[in-house]
Design a protein around this ligand. Sequence first.
Ligand code: NDP
Length: 286
Amino acid sequence: MAMGKIIDGKEIAKQLRLQLREEVQSLTAEHGVTPGLAVIVVGENPASHLYVRMKKQACADAGIVSFSHELPQETTEEALLSLIQTLNEHPAVHGILVQMPLPAHIRSQRILEAISPDKDADGFHPRNVGLLAVGAPLFRPCTPWGCMELLHLSGVKPAGQNAVVLGRSNIVGKPVALMLLAEHATVTLCHSQTRALPEIVRQADILISAMGQAELVRGDWLKPGVVVIDVGMNHRASDGKLCGDVAFQEALPKVSAITPVPGGVGPMTITMLLKNTVFSASRFIA
Ligand code: NDP
């Protein structure tokens, strides 16, 4: 049986980051503006600190300046709001990112709303969510935008296709459904209360899975020729290895293309964060 194409997110992300580095160089050379990203992390969550280190390294590689704010667990909501206000007004900062999750005593939504919508590198401010919903996006959330870029760069045109999205979170499922809709796909958005999931998935020409359920989607759920973007990052119960929401080996002979986990969507998320930061800096000179 013919094998599907593996979409190499790592290589695509590498190429995009090289392009971004050139854009940064010309912004600096021609306009004297170097894009700057402020990254705030509160508390000691090791995963959050790992993500922040990865983001800072990616900024450095692209020539973007990163401003790091590592705050103690007991930081108050008011202190965090005050820091965000300072960064909102700081001329060298073009993007602001607050690493989630925040400690329980801080209201995340209040923090996301305090970030200037013009420096919203994560695309989570309600204004940017609204702009995406009305089809006039400014800053797009990074993971769903990365999924769309993988489709585009793999030559997939969503118009007229049946797209099934598994998961309705604010950071992945819901925005990726809006992005697919904006590109004229017919979108079905599924969640934990969706009935007859395998039957719905079998209708998909494009499947985007963001459930966080290890290998729930089996090979026999897939229509031959489907394109699969697997956002899930899970640990397989049998051997503890990282895996997606889709049983990759079962899927491979059925799909026309599929992202692996790891090495698919993951590297795209930080790339799109860099892209948002460079875009923001370019707006400041326009
Ligand atoms: P959430 O837990 O916020 O959302 C999961 C969604 O999946 C919910 O809408 C939930 O439904 C739905 N869901 C859960 N179980 C089922 C099921 N059995 N059948 C149908 N739907 C189900 O997760 P996130 O959106 O934050 O992340 C999803 C996955 O993507 C995770 O594995 C995460 O690690 C990964 N991820 C990867 C990123 C990357 O850069 N590669 C970035 C962000 C996330 P309901 O709403 O009804 O509860």
